[in-house]
Design a protein around this ligand. Sequence first.
Ligand code: MTE
Ligand code: MO
Length: 321
Amino acid sequence: MAEVTLPPRQQLAAPGKWPVVGERAARESSEPWLVHVCGLVATPMQFTLAEIMSWPAVTRALDIHCVTRWSKLGVSFTGVPLREVILRCVPLPAARFVSFVARSDRDHSTSLPLADALAPENLVAWQAEDAPLAPEHGGPLRTVMPGRYFYKSLKWLVRLELLAEDRLGHWEAQAGYHNHADPWREQRYIAPALSRQEAAAVLATRNVSGRDLRGLDASGHNLDDLLAATALLRDARFTGCSLQRANFERANLTNAHFDAADLRQASFLNADVEGASFAGADLRGANFSGASLFGCTFGEEQNPPRPALVDSTTILVRNGE
Ligand SMILES: Nc1nc2c(c(=O)[nH]1)N[C@H]1C(S)=C(S)[C@@H](COP(=O)(O)O)O[C@H]1N2
Ligand SMILES: [Mo]
């Protein structure tokens, strides 16, 4: 197999697999699909699907990098360059950002600086791998912004609004996703500001239940009996920690790092451990009942493999796979 380079801590999705992430369907509506371009443009316009699809189409192989750690390289998308859509409406000099809005129950949105949105590789696409875009993947029309985590690519595009100030998108505002989203710099989440001293003080109490400690670096600490139920520990680092009997029930541990951690008898009951890594961790007696384990890894895929230690006392119910 040819050598492929992936951004840090990404893995290739299984061949032929394309996970559905976030909303699964557009809002039901009998109205015709129209794409509105509004805000700071000289000529606000609306386009029908047929109109957009009548413009000169391009087909490009683009890389997908989802923030939950899967990547798909060279997916062929057909559409029109996003810049064509925007430039037809003539952005005013004050326009500096674009908000992309979906036809979905929560009016899902994301945003980009205008200059980045105008990059020639970005597409408004209606086809993937030579077939019409499946509804769950954003059909009939989505954006594809290669070079950003995939949350910057909006499914079910119906509105582009040009703005002077940024308007944070759904994930960026609600879930602390990084607004720049460069996978090569691993800009997944905004961590709340917490100094090393503050982090150390919190860890010394061994009780972080219910706290927001996204991105916390606890590597190497002895945290046996840690209380962390319902804590927000997305992207936190517990590499090499001793965490025997730790309680992570219902915690959010998306993309957390548990490599080489001692997790004997730890409880992950109903926790969200999507994308977390457990390479070389000791999971004897650990309980993952009800946990969502999508995209989490146990070291088998590493080169050389560093499999987690699992035995008959490990309760591993792979939900969400
Ligand atoms: N309308 C809408 N667009 C969205 C989302 C969403 O929840 N709603 N999720 C984003 C995220 S986080 C990802 S990773 C990709 C997932 O696209 P896919 O389901 O086609 O893989 O869509 C992005 N665009
Ligand atoms: Mo995502």
